[in-house]
Design a protein around this ligand. Sequence first.
Ligand SMILES: *Cc1c(COP(=O)(O)O)cnc(C)c1O
Length: 415
Amino acid sequence: MDLSQISSINPPQRLLMGPGPINADPRVLRAMSSQLIGQYDPAMTGYMNEVMALYRGVFCTQNQWTLLVNGTSRAGIEAILLSAIKPGDKVLVPVFGRFGHLLCEIAHRCRAEVHTIDVPWGEVFTADQIEDAVRRIKPRLLLTVQGDTSTTMLQPLAELGEICRRYGVLFYTDATASLGGNALETDAWGLDAVSAGMQKCLGGPSGTSPVTLSAQMTEVIRRRRRVEQGIRTDAHQQGEDEMIYSNYFDLGMIMDYWGAERLNHHTEATSALFAARECARILLQEGIDEGIARHKLHGDAMLQGIRAMGLTVFGDVRHKMNNVLGVMIPAQVNGDQVRSMMLNDFGIEIGTSFGPLHGKVWRIGTMGYNARKQCVLQTLTALEAVLNRLGFITRQGAAMQAAWDHYLTEAPHAE
Ligand SMILES: *Cc1c(COP(=O)(O)O)cnc(C)c1O
């Protein structure tokens, strides 16, 4: 290897308007460039306590156990599933997109008995459909996705906690893509566990996963056996089933590290914690409701613009997430060619799709730091120009003007 050929990192300037990751807020980048400190420096443990308090605000919860799992969003998912599911437990997963399948895959690895119900991609479940399945299957856990970016749909959760309580079911949701841009009320909705990630509406880099656990979920996790508590002898009495098959993702051990005992576990990813702290600080200073309203404003402006271009939107728009839009790729154009022209000629990234939607749907995000007027107007202008160049003829300027009109009527002073 010729080291002289390797320059310092200098990535191209991009405007990330896909389903995540998105551009980090510059304040988050500055927080991450802060010098490291020791794991048990009082400043560091103080920051950890602040992070717990800040994320209680973000998750709308009083849950004591609200902390970060180091790793991307699926680290939070795995930590919760591994710590909560015992082999042989029945779990119910309502699948309405790719991330429902991820929950099934991880639950299988936890050796759960996995039951699913399905709706076509682009739709969500009614509370009745979920209640019927809960009554029939009698799961120990209900594993849901709130916002499935693969379909852009937002599953309503508000009524599910009451159903879970009635049937004695633990209630989890993956809110990675939705948190900060759509309402999520952990306590009011009776959620026992929620996990999220940084690179969607929270405006940071992937690498930490905030999670929150109800008192009941904490109790379930605390009852599990661990190696240092003498699994070898306990195993015969309690059964191997009691063991959590991961050290890194054992939430009981992670709680002991974040809690007053400060038992050594991993070395908290310090720069990532600085980023997560700044993301939550920015969001709470704006206000949870204000942040959600901002995502709705810019998501709606994008929707108006896309429709004014004569394009069709994917899925049941009444249930779409505020922060991401599925756009049907018109038959005349090649979706990947449009994406590469957007990237190479305009420096703008929009998303492709997976599975059954591949080649049929683009996904355009307006989230976190990029839920801003100039990002929306630039993206619409560029997309319209690319489409016209490739032969999908529109009345040029109409899309951007429609979005601009939306801002002028809905929020004339929005940025
Ligand atoms: C984007 C997304 C993830 C991402 O997981 P990572 O491990 O951070 O890549 C997980 N769940 C949902 C619902 C998502 O939209």
